[in-house]
Ligand binder design. Structure first.
Ligand code: FES
Length: 306
């Protein structure tokens, strides 16, 4: 007797399709980040965002006081509200609550977007190309949810359909946001590996004598480049050289008021402790303890190394 193979159930077929679908999405995003034609849009939009009169709010939007980007925190509110509204769409009698949640999600998407654009304008080209598509998908979500909010009273079915479309757009935007954060490391602290690359204990870093006051110098501690600055009082400050924002070379930056200014996007770090005084950087620079050896050599030690 021959056995007829069982046809997979619809849920099983959907699960089998998922890896292919995700692979296709990844392929699209990888092509986007290398599509130079997008730069025709990226450049003027970047200029416009940088020109917004945000003042001290710009640092708050970057998340400097928070210690990491603010955008992913703010995004939780619209995503949570929109997702909850979609669940309520299947609950009889919850139409009003679903509409309220859509309104909350749509309104709170604006501050989340402003924080995202502020970060976006200080990223490198590949990240900005991907970010542009991320923002477009999310703008589509806002438009669809806005439409859903508007028509729900008169045409509930259309309202629900628009809501589902908005959720799909927001989901795709979230997928690209994940790519930006984890694959392209936008917003990640680029100095995190330093503490794992430097051995615990004191290390010699060349003579103190060769350092000119106020002139930044780059020296190598094993494979880790460090910024060395001698103050007018003879004290020496040593920070990791690659900027926590996007790895800019701080040793090529300006020294002023006890701080170093990153030459790439203008983040300002205090030399005495590495704290970011001005963004877009949100994470501090690893700061080394220093001492002068009896033979005049500079020695450094990184607290927490190893
Ligand atoms: S690399 Fe962007 S501020 Fe330093």
């Amino acid at each position: 007797m021959t056995t007829v193979p069982k046809r997979p159930t619809p849920p099983a077929r959907a699960v089998a399709l998922l890896p292919r679908l995700l692979g296709s999405c990844l392929g699209v995003v990888e092509r986007v980040e290398n599509t130079q034609a997008l730069d025709r849009v990226v450049t003027p939009v970047q200029k416009a965002v940088r020109g917004l009169p945000l003042g001290p709010l710009r640092d708050v939007l970057h998340g400097r006081q928070l210690g990491h980007p603010l955008h992913p925190v703010l995004v939780q509110v619209p995503m949570g509200a929109w997702l909850s509204s979609a669940v309520l769409d299947f609950v009889p009698g919850a139409e009003r609550a679903a509409r309220v949640l859509i309104g909350v999600g749509t309104l709170t998407a604006f501050p989340a977007a402003l924080a995202g654009w502020t970060d976006w304008a200080e990223q490198h080209k590949q990240q900005m190309r991907t970010g542009l598509v991320h923002a477009t998908a999310n703008a589509g979500a806002v438009a669809l949810f806005g439409g859903s909010f508007t028509v729900r009273g008169r045409r509930p079915k259309l309202g629900r359909a628009l809501g589902l479309g908005g959720l799909a757009c927001a989901g795709f935007g979230g997928f690209i946001g994940g790519h930006l954060a984890y694959r392209q490391a936008a917003g990640a602290n680029k100095t995190e590996p330093v503490a794992h690359l430097v051995e615990p204990g004191w290390h010699r870093l060349g003579p103190v004598d060769g350092l000119k006051p106020g002139i930044p110098e780059r020296r190598m501690l094993g494979e880790v480049p460090v910024l060395v600055v001698r103050g007018e009082d003879g004290g020496v400050d040593v920070l990791a050289d690659r900027c926590s924002h996007l790895s800019g070379p701080l040793s090529e930056g300006d020294i002023a008021d006890g701080c170093v200014v990153c030459p790439w996007h203008g983040s300002v770090f205090r030399l005495s402790d590495g704290a970011p005084v001005s963004g877009p950087a949100t994470a501090p620079q690893p700061c080394f303890e220093t001492r002068t050896e009896p033979d005049g050599a500079l020695a450094v030690r990184l607290p927490g190394a190893g």
